[in-house]
Design a protein around this ligand. Structure first.
Ligand SMILES: *[C@@H]1O[C@H](CO)[C@@H](O)[C@H](O)[C@H]1NC(C)=O
Ligand SMILES: *[C@@H]1O[C@H](CO)[C@@H](O)[C@H](O)[C@H]1NC(C)=O
Ligand SMILES: [Cu+2]
Length: 164
């Protein structure tokens, strides 16, 4: 009896956890994690690697954090490619800079200090709305499926134990 009870509580918690994770839509990301917004040791690959591991969604916020002399300039894709500093879409010179992602359009950020972008790779591309690895958030079509799958899984386990 005690085992069955624990099983049912466990199943309930699993379903609740899935529901909570789905609801946690807005995430906060510190650009570069521990590296922050600075001159990456091996060039722009550090920020590329960081961004590739994330799955940014509409509603998420990315935060640029730095000490010392840096800026955050949001630029067009063309200007991002060759680190053109003139005519940025936006320019921020005081850390921290939180940027909320409001559409699926890819965003491009560079530092405008000296050759931090052109020579040293202080630039990052933020791709939004990809499928990424956030399987639990999915889209509106797949989320109910996931809950049903969790319930079926629980039921199957419960049935297995009850059959003894
Ligand atoms: C950078 O690329 C843009 C778009 O291709 C071009 O208009 C601009 O002149 C280039 N700037 C430099 C400094 O090469
Ligand atoms: C953004 O992209 C995601 C994933 O492709 C998609 O589910 C969502 O509908 C898109 N949102 C908008 C506003 O285009
Ligand atoms: Cu810089």
């Amino acid at each position: 009896m005690a085992n069955q009870m624990g099983l049912h509580v466990g199943c309930l918690l699993l379903v609740v956890a899935v529901a909570l994770l789905k609801g946690a839509a807005a995430d906060n990301y510190t650009v570069g994690d521990g590296l922050g917004w600075s001159i990456p040791p091996l060039g722009s690959v550090a920020y590329k690697t960081w961004a590739d591991k994330k799955s940014f969604q509409i509603g998420d916020t990315i935060v640029f954090n730095w000490t010392g002399s840096h800026t955050v300039a949001e630029v067009s894709e063309a200007n991002y490619g060759n680190c053109t500093k003139s005519n940025p879409l936006a320019l921020y010179d005081s850390s921290p800079v939180p940027i909320t992602l409001t559409s699926n359009l890819t965003r491009y950020f560079i530092c405008t200090v000296d050759d931090h972008c052109s020579g040293l790779g202080q630039k990052v591309t933020i791709k939004i709305g990809g499928d990424g690895d956030r399987w639990w958030e999915g889209n509106s079509a797949s989320s109910p499926t996931l809950n049903i799958a969790a319930l079926l899984f629980c039921s199957a386990i419960a049935a297995f134990f009850l059959s003894f």
